[in-house]
Design a protein around this ligand. Structure first.
Ligand code: AMP
Ligand code: ZN
Length: 116
């Protein structure tokens, strides 16, 4: 399923070119346009899912693949050993602004905790 108005669906289909780091049949990792760290990638399922709340049992494998892709991004960027953070925001209070789920992969600098 894809949403014709969804930017990240257009990245997934290739209709709009993303700055791709890693891709499989089911997931795509690309650079965030407004990076918050030296490495800031977004990993998305190619299938449109709006929020974590919309995930179903049938997405179980895909969610695992998001993390395997995050691991691959961190490895390629050389931040796997030093450390990195994965974050997925859900809905407004968490700051979700793009309603096609995406796993942020942040690394390349010391990250503070807790996040704001
Ligand atoms: P969130 O606030 O968790 O929904 O994250 C949305 C992310 O998408 C932000 O970090 C944005 O910088 C990023 N973003 C928005 N538009 C684009 C774009 N055209 N290409 C790459 N990243 C984008
Ligand atoms: Zn979408």
């Amino acid at each position: 399923m894809s949403d014709s108005d969804c930017l990240f669906c257009k990245f997934a289909s290739g209709e709009i070119k993303a700055d791709v780091i890693f891709e499989t049949d089911n997931v795509l990792a690309f650079r965030d346009i407004n990076p918050q760290a030296p490495t800031h990638a977004l990993v998305i399922p190619k299938r449109h899912v709006s929020t974590i709340n919309d995930l179903t049992e049938s997405d179980t494998d895909t969610v695992g693949q998001l993390f395997l892709a995050a691991r691959e991004v961190a490895r390629q960027e050389g931040t796997d050993d030093a450390g990195y953070r994965t974050v997925m925001n859900c809905n407004a209070a968490a700051g979700q602004t793009v309603f096609h789920i995406h796993l942020h992969v942040l690394g390349g600098r010391k990250l503070s905790w807790p996040p704001g």
